[in-house]
Structure formats: C-alpha cells, structure tokens
Write a protein that binds this ligand. Sequence first.
Ligand code: 5RP
Length: 218
Amino acid sequence: MTQDELKKAAALAALDYIEEGSIVGVGTGSTVNHFIDGLAGIKSRIRGAISSSEASARRLAAHGIPLLDLNDVTELPVYVDGADEIDSGFSMIKGGGGALTREKIVAAVANRFVCICDASKLVSPLGRFPLPVEVIPMARAQVARALAALGGEPRLREGFVTDNGNIILDVHGLSITDPLALENRIDQIVGVVTNGLFARRGADMLLLAGAGGVERRA
Ligand code: 5RP
C-alpha cells in the first residue's frame, strides 16, 4: 500500500468512533481529508463539525456538512486529527500544515482525541520532524533567538501565513527527551502563540495503519 492508502485506511477507521447525533471535531491535513470524505457518507447521522482550519472548513462545506462555531458548543465527544510524529505515550508533533493553534484549541475542548496516522509517524523520540511554532510577526527575531538558546535551529516557513495571520518558525535539531517540559518552556517565550508539541493534551487513541491493517492503540 502507498502512504496515502495507509492514511486513508486510518482515517476511515476513525468513523467507528463517531457518536450518533454528535458534533465532530475535525483536524487538518491529508490524512484528515480522507476522514472528511468518509464523514460525508454518514453526514445525516451527525449534527455537524467544528473545524480546526479554513482548509478543512472548505472541504467540510463542499460536502454539505454543517459547520458550527466552537463558542456555541459545550460538548465535543471526539476530535479526529493526524500528526507529523507521535510517540508511544501519544505525545505528538503537529503543525506541518500550519494549523496547530486551532487544532490545539479544538482538541482542548474534546473529550477524546483520536489520532489517525500511517505507521511512519510513530517514532521515538520526537524531533526528527522540525517543530512548528506559530509566532506573532513582530516577535519573529526575538522568538528565534530564544528558540536557538534552547538548542534548536529555527527557520522561517517562507511565504506562509497562518489562518490567524501569524508566521511559523520550524525548529530543526531539537532533542525532545521531555515533550511536556519543552511544550511548557516554549509556550513561555513572549510572542509565541502556540507550539506544535501536543503533550499536555496528547492523543487518547491512536489508529495506526500499516501493511497488516489498522492497529487500534489506547
Ligand atoms: C496540520 C497537522 C497535521 O495533522 C499533520 O501535519 C499531519 O498531516 P498529514 O495528515 O498531511 O500527514 O498537524 O497542522
């Protein structure tokens, strides 16, 4: 199977976790795009979706899936999203698609985070994938200096603006032995909006697609 076929297999397996009549939290990325396409097939059985990005919102809308405002929602049973890397403790690096801030917000509201990945995303330790950090534009240089002081090599994601009007610094070469500590440390840098470590709120379940099928880990 190709990597995209594996992504699709993981994504479709996540449909099993959608509750009848519920609102669904929807992530961002190529794996989630398969999930959205699958969700379209059961759209009459859900109330609607909360999107983590403008891109996912457009895809959901194209399928006729009602979009809801997170501020109007008190109960979100499930959030489904991919990851750039995930470890065995279900901490993740996310934000390869630049949607990390809204992803973190929607995930924070959800009761359960179902992560959908092809097998290449399961790693130990995290950190080969450059860590995305969303930054207020005027703070770019000072945040870059602070990230360099932590041992990373921040590089501006050229020509990219987030849905929130900010920039992304992709931090290469970090040694992430303690994802929770590093997530908290980077969040303390003034000018950082969000960093792509999801350790405080990691995944609750991993649907990992490999050659032998989709493994369900919890
Ligand atoms: C977007 C993300 C995605 O979940 C992550 O980049 C994985 O993407 P893909 O499913 O395309 O491999 O965090 O901000």
